[in-house]
Design a protein around this ligand. Structure first.
Ligand code: PMP
Ligand code: GLN
Length: 376
């Protein structure tokens, strides 16, 4: 779809590549680190400064204690943490639960491990995607080993509610499942915190009773600081689980991005201020896009967080998101991504497409104008 945007000159609201800038001091710190010679293999588990900053972040934000020595591992993006977790924890024939639709890496890395991703459908209720606890319970088998949770969620923008997290936690405790929770959008819940509103709040499942010892929490610098090309992520959890990931990482990449780590440690120390501004920008873009889509006669779902909004295309007489997304650049000059790319289960709805709003405001406004013109 990115190539289609390029070749047609369409506004690209496809891939979640952010255009909202990064903290200036972070960029300067990295540039200085490169020039100062931080260009060789850093410690295999990550630099002490970044591991300590991640532990401090989890303590400050969630009240969770992790030992920077053994309970925090720096990875090459969240992607490596997820791959390391499933490769490290699953045996061939194991089953991995994930809520469908889901980020496309989960099914792929489960397969690398010889495991199978078992999709548990998120169901739509009004303009929201919600957890179906009965479907979750029905999906557990004696082979189920891991549950992959992703909140805030890509591709829907859903934030799991406290009740949903409690239900997931109960099932995991009952069946002895390990949770891998992907929280790369943890700072991007709109209206959250600082008296900005009483909307949804990001909560992390490791804070629930009996969950810290069975949870690996994954995050990354990419979305929070607008540096997706750096590929620096991290994972926290109890030492035996982190050791399982580290054992895989040793031979996948061994270490990750030396000049980025200490710079990110410093940025993470002041993330709240940066993230508050980013949330406001993203929240405004979400409103502009959702309102514009509605005016264009399409039906956006509610996106409480992250980079993306789901849209029902049936009001434009379309059933097939793949075809819709192929035609949209020509019909309207806008690129989106068919949500079918994120569904694992056969027979999933084909009438959903994903638009991203992590773009410059002018690009969002331009896209909205184009969509409204194409609708009239
Ligand atoms: N998980 C989710 C839900 C994502 O949206 C992304 C971003 N593409 C990733 C993981 C990957 O993150 P990273 O670039 O840090 O590997
Ligand atoms: N997470 C981003 C997205 O979902 C980009 C990652 C990718 O394209 N693989 O669009």
């Amino acid at each position: 779809m990115t190539e289609l945007a390029r070749s047609t000159g369409a506004v690209n609201l496809g891939q979640g590549v952010p255009e909202l800038g990064s903290p200036r001091a972070l960029l300067e710190d990295v540039a200085a680190a490169v020039l100062a010679g931080a260009n060789q293999y850093p410690p295999a588990h990550g630099t002490p400064a970044l591991r300590e900053a991640v532990a401090a972040h989890q303590r400050r934000r969630y009240g969770l204690e992790y030992d920077p020595l053994g309970e925090v591992l720096v990875t090459t993006g969240a992607t490596e943490a997820l791959a390391g977790a499933l490769l490290g924890l699953c045996d061939p024939g194991d089953e991995v639960l994930a809520f469908d639709p889901c980020y496309d890496a989960y099914a792929a890395v489960a397969r690398f491990a010889g495991a199978k991703l078992v999709p548990v459908s998120l169901v739509t209720e009004g303009d929201a995607f919600v957890l179906d606890v009965d479907a979750l319970r029905a999906a557990v088998t004696p082979r189920t080993r891991v549950l992959v949770l992703n909140t805030p969620h890509n591709p829907t923008g859903k934030v799991f509610t406290p009740a949903e997290l409690a239900a997931v936690a109960e099932v995991c405790r009952e069946h002895g499942l390990t949770v891998v929770t992907d929280e790369v959008y943890e700072h991007l819940v709109f209206g959250e915190g600082g008296g900005e509103g009483d909307g949804p709040v990001h909560r992390t499942i490791a804070t629930l009773p009996g969950m810290r010892e069975r949870t690996l929490t994954v995050s990354s610098a990419g979305k929070t600081f607008g540096v997706t090309g750096w590929k620096v992520g991290w994972v926290c959890g109890p030492a035996p689980l982190v050791a399982a990931v580290a054992g895989v990482k040793q031979f996948l990449t061994y270490t990750s991005g030396a000049p980025f780590q200490d710079a990110l440690a410093r940025a993470l120390g002041g993330v709240e201020e940066w993230a508050a501004e980013l949330r406001r920008t993203l929240g405004r873009n979400r409103d502009l896009l959702s309102d514009g889509l509605t005016r264009a006669g399409l039906r956006p779902y509610r996106a409480d967080a992250g980079y993306f909004v789901q849209v029902d295309i049936r009001a434009w007489g379309h059933e097939d998101g793949v075809r819709f997304c192929r035609e949209l650049p020509l019909r309207a000059g806008v690129v989106a991504i068919p949500t079918s790319a994120f569904f694992v289960r056969p027979g999933a709805p084909s009438h959903l497409v994903r638009f991203s709003f992590c773009k410059r405001e002018e690009a969002v406004l331009d896209a909205v104008e184009r969509l409204e013109r194409a609708a009239s």
